[in-house]
Design a protein around this ligand. Structure first.
Ligand SMILES: Nc1ncnc2c1ncn2[C@@H]1O[C@H](COP(=O)(O)OP(=O)(O)OP(=O)(O)O)[C@@H](O)[C@H]1O
Length: 982
């Protein structure tokens, strides 16, 4: 390590203190670059300009059509397209086909034919399809330079090998006396390549060029040699059909039908550690062991074959030219224009105004300018930017559709359900591996390290969508603290206050410095769902989370989280995340597999989903009703546990699997139809509103659900913009193991969410720290973005498939009655006490004693009643209690207490979640000594639904047997879950 000296450090070091006088040298390039340089096309004479214009127009026309074919990739920004080149290859293919395939003759045609044939022999006829394939790649993925280069190299080698073999097969003609023979064989290419080797031995030539042809095919298909058997098997299965023995996971989902990024069945996993991958080394569970695998994690990670090339394959960055041009200014300008034109940030991602103020009010142009100045300075000192290389990002997904589900999506009621098409979520612009802004930051960091004589070097960086992580390696004997102590200077050098230092990068002997990109990129949900990670499984609870700092897609299984807390300040990206989550579910699951309860006290965030058949109740906007719905979830959970216990299963997945296999039978005398239980996802998009209304009830329900619901297939997602201890209480936190922290307003809030600082330094707008259950270090991700138009398209499709059937039992059975009775004759006193406590905002028992002239015991009782109604917090010893109701809400609180006291508790008003006139009071008289019958009776009484639909006769029978007291329930029980297709 001590002897390692990168060119960057060595050269910059030699310059010594030169960097101490940056102003003079730095100004020059900056001033120069401000002069308006005419566009290259403007300098051309007009006929030429016209020709260029026509060429580009034609290119865009053809390119646009090709991009819309299959998976729509028309979102590629205009400045990233290479349509002119694509058009060139298409025309070349057309010209060669005209002469070589259709044999156009006479005059110039003969000459052209002579050139092609003379050069490539009869192999010239093979060129058009190759050129056409290459043109399509250039049109559809112009940014994927690495893949395009690979294909170009593959084709070139194939042509050389083909021509050489044709030359040998043509009898090794000689150019001087038989040029016609050369043209009829492998042309000049064949003569030169094949002739040289064949001079030694024709057999050797055949062997060499056959091997070369074979390798060129491997290069073209990006197939490492060791993967050849898998690929062949994949091709075989594509042609003949998959092997029959598919393994099902415990939920009955096919686990063996997994896809790699080429759409072929994936190969078996290899130990990740051996491949030297930079990401976390958690091994995803083997297929078929989904729910009980050791080291289980909610994260889904893809196989890591050639998708992570060795660092030596990394493209070296071009050195910064002297004078440093500032293309990021253009890129930002283009970004802003795109934003203002709604392309592709059409629904507000990175609003143009927000781009302007992204860096502490100075604006990204100022940042870029500052970075450019430092870079110019470093360049003037001989800095060589190629010392630090872009660490190749995980592959950007080759647009491929979300794979068709391997099972027949047959719903109960004989309804065939079609999941939304993959192209409902279009592809985003291709990710960039490195930009000039990254070079400039590398230069600035190197400069800073040199200025402070720290023996360290920037050895690489990995670019994510919003931040880039630069890696710094220390020479031996250099303290880590020497770099971490420079955090303020680094911030200064790169002109960003949002610098985050990771020491070390988990799993690496390197310091990571995360710096926001001046040119951020949007992570589109469609891309995340099409990534190899997401395509590994068709589990219905898998959601697209976003992209990590290394540019890898982050995909997680909500069923394994098993509960998630989402927190962050206003505008940080919570609702966008919740939208991505819901759309992921709608894209991948049927209503028979996943049902949702949505709680949206803000009333605007989730309205788009009203009426989707995955809902079990209309979207709940009233916090009080939400608290009741949570109590229903607890009852549902108990219900499921009863079934698990009665039938002897430990997890709902096993129960469902057994039901699907026909192994679960109801008791002989019952006509109960047992169906699989769907997963139940409960989404609360503002926990604080619920905690304001009924802190104790809500906390109790949440704690009960989170402690037990995993096995019952019930999962909670709690979002809040107020991650304070009164909202996210210790008990809630202890039971919600997975966390998603968006930018918080303080380090205290970050600690509440993550138990560690970090979230306060996030950038907002979807930048987040994701801490899935079982991980100790959060992963920095840029959340996936889904536009309103995409949401609408998916929702319309889903609603078109099925009519929603809400359950009518998601309500509470008179829960407050007992408490209301507690008030007894003290209603007036309680109202006065409420008024007193709320107006003074002082929750003191002795104050009640004095002002209301009551004894200590009475005052204490009033205070307990106030606590039970959420007016004051719990007792804190001798201190006054917290008052939870603001003076503005006094009238509503008094009305609620009055209503409750008069025997019309809030639960009995019109309910968001259905009428509460379900079976009331007392459990049914179950047939003595028959636990199964008792459980069934409980089903019918408390919870007519899920996998336990009862046919009408059965209900009628048991109405007699169990004193079933409400005829309405027969209807409810019968059709609560029957899904009618359209
Ligand atoms: N993943 C993302 N990618 C790009 N931009 C995003 C992303 N998430 C959020 N934004 C930007 O941030 C804005 C605010 O996001 P969002 O409404 O989700 O925040 P929020 O945390 O839910 O705020 P509130 O609590 O006020 O509802 C969005 O309008 C969008 O411009």
């Amino acid at each position: 390590m001590a002897t390692r000296s990168s060119p960057a450090r060595a050269s910059a070091g030699k310059q010594g203190g030169a960097s101490a006088r940056p102003a003079k040298t730095a100004k020059m390039p900056s001033t120069r670059s401000k002069q308006s340089v005419p566009e290259p096309t403007q300098q051309l004479i007009w006929p030429l300009r016209l020709a260029v214009g026509i060429w580009q127009g034609l290119g865009h026309l053809i390119g646009g059509a090709i991009r819309r074919m299959g998976t729509d990739v028309s979102g590629i920004p205009a400045e990233d397209r290479r349509d002119g080149s694509g058009l060139f290859f298409i025309l070349l293919a057309a010209v060669i086909a005209t002469f070589e395939w259709w044999g156009l003759t006479g005059g110039a045609a003969d000459a052209v034919h002579g050139v092609f044939e003379g050069t490539f022999g009869w192999f010239a006829a093979m060129l058009p399809p190759m050129l056409l394939i290459f043109a399509i790649l250039v049109f559809r993925q112009p940014g994927n330079v690495r893949a395009n280069n690979r294909v170009a190299i593959g084709f070139s080698l194939l042509v050389v090998a083909g021509c050489a073999l044709a030359h040998v097969a043509g009898g090794l003609p000689n150019a001087s006396d038989d040029f016609a023979g050369v043209s009829a064989a492998g042309g000049m290419v064949g003569l030169i390549a094949g002739g040289l080797v064949a001079a030694a031995s024709p057999v050797l030539a055949i062997a060499v060029f056959s091997i070369l042809a074979f390798f060129s095919l491997l290069i073209l298909t990006a197939t490492p040699i060791r993967h050849i058997p898998d690929r062949l098997r994949g091709v075989y299965e594509q042609l003949i059909g998959p092997a029959p023995q598919h393994e099902l996971d415990t939920n009955g989902h096919d686990q063996s039908y997994l896809f790699d990024r080429d759409g072929l069945p994936a190969k078996p996993k290899k130990p990740r550690a051996l491949r030297g991958r930079r990401k976390d080394t958690d091994e995803a569970p083997a297929p078929g062991h989904d729910s009980d695998g050791a080291f289980d994690t909610p994260l889904l990670e893809a196989d890591d074959d050639e998708t992570f090339p060795a660092p030596s394959a990394a493209p070296s960055l071009p050195p910064l030219p002297p004078g440093v041009r500032r293309p990021t200014r253009d890129e930002l300008a283009a970004d802003k224009i795109r934003a203002s034109q709604g392309l592709p940030t059409s629904s507000g991602a990175y609003d143009a105004t927000e781009v302007d103020s992204a860096e502490g009010g100075r604006g990204p142009e100022a940042v870029t300018e500052a970075i450019g100045i430092v870079a110019a300075n470093a360049a003037a000192q001989g800095y060589n930017a190629s010392a630090a290389r872009a660490i190749p990002a995980p592959p950007s997904t080759v647009p491929a559709p979300i794979p068709a589900r391997s099972e027949q999506l047959q719903l109960s009621g004989d309804v065939t359900y079609t999941l939304p098409e993959s192209d409902f979520l279009p592809a985003g612009p291709p990710a960039k591996d490195a930009t000039d802004a990254n070079d400039a930051v590398v230069a600035a960091l190197t400069d800073t390290l040199n200025q402070f004589n720290v023996d360290a070097a920037v050895t690489g960086f990995s670019r994510g969508p919003t931040v880039t992580r630069y890696e710094i390696e220390l020479a031996s004997g250099t303290k880590v603290e020497r770099v971490t102590a420079l955090s303020k200077n680094i911030s200064y050098a790169v002109a960003s206050s949002d610098v985050r230092i990771l020491s070390p990068i988990p799993g690496k002997s390197a310091i990571g410095i995360e710096i926001p990109n001046a040119d951020k990129e949007i992570v589109v949900l469609g891309d995340v769902l099409r990534s190899a990670n997401a395509r590994r499984t068709d589990h219905p609870m898998v959601m697209g989370v976003g992209k990590d700092v290394e540019g890898g897609f982050v995909v997680a299984n909500l069923a394994k989280m098993p509960h998630l807390l989402v927190a962050g300040a206003t505008g940080a990206g919570k609702s966008s995340f919740v939208n991505s989550m819901i759309v992921s579910i709608l894209m991948r699951s049927t209503p028979d597999e996943v049902r949702m309860v949505m709680v949206d006290p803000k009333r605007v965030e989730l309205t788009a989903y009203e009426g989707v058949p995955h809902l079990i109740t209309p979207i709940i906007t009233n916090p009080k009703k939400a608290a009741e719905a949570l109590q229903w979830v607890v009852r549902e959970m108990d219900q499921r546990y009863d079934d698990l216990a009665n039938y002897g299963f430990k997890h709902i997945d096993e129960f469902n699997k057994a039901v699907k296999a026909g192994k679960v039978h109801p008791p002989v005398d019952s006509k109960r139809i047992i169906r699989p239980y769907p997963y139940l996802l409960v989404i609360v998009d503002e926990l604080a509103d619920l905690m304001m209304v009924a802190p104790r009830d809500v906390e109790d329900s949440i704690v009960r659900i989170t402690q037990l619901a995993r096995a019952a297939g019930i999962h909670l997602v709690l979002a809040t913009q107020r991650p304070s201890v009164d909202v996210v209480t210790g008990l809630i936190k202890a039971n919600v193991p997975s966390r998603m922290a968006f930018a918080t307003s303080s380090v205290t809030d970050s600690r509440v969410v993550l138990d560690q600082p970090g979230a306060e330094k996030l950038l907002g707008q979807g930048d987040a720290l994701f801490l899935p259950m079982g991980k100790s270090k959060p992963i920095r991700v840029q959340g996936a973005w889904v536009t309103e138009a995409e949401i609408k398209r998916v929702v319309d499709h889903v609603k078109g498939q099925l009519t929603v059937h809400y359950r009518d039992d998601v309500a509470v059975e008179a829960p407050k009655k007992q408490i209301e009775d507690d008030i007894g004759d003290d209603l007036e006193l309680l109202l006065q006490a409420t008024e007193l406590v709320v107006t003074t905002q002082f929750g003191s028992t002795s104050m009640l004693q004095r002002k209301l002239r009551v004894g200590f015991a009475k005052a204490g009782r009033l205070m307990d009643l106030l606590e039970s109604r959420g007016v004051v917090g719990p007792s804190e010893g001798s201190k006054a209690r917290d008052v939870l109701v603001k003076p503005d809400d006094l009238a509503a609180t008094l009305a609620a207490i009055r209503g409750g006291g008069a025997g019309e508790g809030p639960a009995q008003g019109g309910s968001d979640v259905g009428p509460s006139e379900g079976p009331s009071g007392g459990g049914p008289a179950s047939p003595a000594g028959d636990p199964m019958a008792a459980a069934l009776a409980e089903n019918a009484n408390a919870n007519h639904g899920w996998g336990t639909d009862l046919v009408a006769e059965d209900l009628a029978n048991r109405t007699e047997a169990v004193d079933y007291n409400d005829g309405d329930d027969e209807d409810g029980g019968e059709d609560a879950w029957s899904l009618t297709g359209r």
